[in-house]
Design a protein around this ligand. Sequence first.
Ligand SMILES: C[S@@+](CC[C@H](N)C(=O)[O-])C[C@H]1O[C@@H](n2cnc3c(N)ncnc32)[C@H](O)[C@@H]1O
Length: 197
Amino acid sequence: MMLEKVRRWLRFNLFYLGKPPWDTGITPLELFDFLAASQPGRALDLGCGTGTNLLTMAEYGWDVAGIDLAWLSVWRSRRKLREAGYVGRVINGTVTGDYHFEAPFDFVLDMGCFHGLTQAERHIYRKKLTKRLKHGGTYMIYAHRKTEPDHDHGITDEDLAGFGEIMSLVWREDSGEKRPESSGGRPATWARFQRKK
Ligand SMILES: C[S@@+](CC[C@H](N)C(=O)[O-])C[C@H]1O[C@@H](n2cnc3c(N)ncnc32)[C@H](O)[C@@H]1O
């Protein structure tokens, strides 16, 4: 477990020494659709990378916060927000860690973080989500589907059902089917949940 965490930390930090393939600087249409249809509030991006989506959400009037384990991505996120004239809180740490936020969030986004967690971490992540997401708030996830049975990477329908304990599924799209280019050709899922009131 510890070794796995260290390997992940090293892998992502090394990725950000260069330009990781996911770091396109483009916010996906799925997020734009949600932002266009929503009233701004407080948003948290779990595994925020270099802050592309933090910036987009800030531009839509959201008060943003992010967490990422890679220090270089956190540094770039902070710079991206600052240079565009926005204030946001970007934490260098793990999404399963204990961080104090002034208040729970109206919107929690996860694009590509949850699918890399171990089963034990997924359990902790869900518990934290109940503290971090307001009642009535929205949780949106983009994740690769699990394709290799003996490897943790990817999500299953059971993972999605696990969120159902505290939230209701309002939208789901298996993007590998409709827009394969949006997931680098690999099977992936978008889902949006609303926390029960
Ligand atoms: C595939 S990248 C996606 C980044 C960003 N969401 C985007 O769409 O550009 C996954 C991100 O999650 C971060 N990450 C992975 N595991 C994490 C963890 N346990 N806690 C915090 N961040 C994590 C990585 O450092 C990386 O920036």
